[in-house]
Design a protein around this ligand. Structure first.
Ligand SMILES: [Zn+2]
Ligand SMILES: [Zn+2]
Length: 257
């Protein structure tokens, strides 16, 4: 399993700031932020599965246009996996014929261009040798992270979350956790905003890291562009047990599992 970061910023602004998406091999996306817009038409046509962490635009902005772009070029539907809550939000507020057509009914409901498949914590989607399982998260809207298991180990992605005891427990239950991609969105001076928006600040992230067992390589994501340098300094000021394993996530970065 090969995972490539297409976008990992908390906002836009040039090639360095593309919002969240991970490409797994050639056919799976985890979130569908603006980073997906960098893929070629050929690469877009190869996407069969999209897993969403939650319904915020920075994680799904390219999804409507992805489906529309490849619709008449493919013979099989794209399957969209998310929690039942997130799918309900998308049906009501995005694929509602007003913001965008309902591609689950095009050309008709029996042969749609888009299939929606609920997946919740405790379930696993097996796609060939890849196994993808939701992990709990705590955000301002229903949210879940994902654990991606390949032949050689597991990469977990926190999704957007604040401190979430259930997520820490789920991460600690993964025996072969090689990589953890986890967010930090607001600098420490904006801790109140981090709490209100249900994100992590660097100091909150540090407390989460101190509760992890094992020694996964940690990659921090979702910096707000206007605070990226400050966030990087605050994240890297961590001096706990996992300090040697702490890195910043970057666009184009790849992971092999
Ligand atoms: Zn969010
Ligand atoms: Zn986000």
């Amino acid at each position: 399993m090969k995972i490539r970061v297409l976008g990992c910023s908390g906002g836009i602004g040039g090639k360095a700031n593309l919002t969240t998406s991970l490409l797994v091999d050639e056919d799976i996306l985890i979130d569908c932020g603006t980073g997906v817009g960098e893929l070629s038409l050929e690469a877009l046509m190869a996407i069969d599965h999209v897993f969403l962490t939650h319904s915020h635009l920075d994680h799904l902005a390219m999804l409507p246009m992805l489906i529309d772009t490849v619709a008449d070029l493919r013979s099989r539907p794209i399957t969209l996996y998310a929690s039942e809550d997130t799918l309900r939000i998308l049906r009501a507020h995005l694929f509602n014929w007003l913001i965008w057509p309902d591609f689950t009914a095009i050309p008709d409901r029996l042969h749609p261009l888009l299939r929606m498949q609920p997946v919740k914590v405790g379930e696993t989607v097996h796609l060939g040798e890849r196994a993808i399982s939701p992990v709990p998260a705590l955000h301002s809207v229903p949210s879940q992270g994902y654990a991606l298991r390949g032949r050689q180990g597991t990469l977990a992605f926190s999704g957007d979350t604040t401190v979430c005891d259930e997520q820490v427990a789920a991460l600690n239950a993964i025996e072969d956790l090689h990589y953890l991609l986890i967010e930090a969105a607001f600098p420490n001076a904006h801790q109140d905003l981090a709490h209100a928006a249900r994100h992590l600040s660097p100091s909150m992230l540090h407390r989460v890291l101190d509760r992890l067992n094992g020694s996964p390589e940690i990659f921090v994501t979702h910096f707000k562009p206007g605070h990226a340098d400050l966030l990087a300094r605050e994240v890297l000021a961590y001096d706990g047990r996992l300090r040697p394993h702490l890195h910043l996530l970057g666009n184009g970065q790849t992971f092999d599992l």
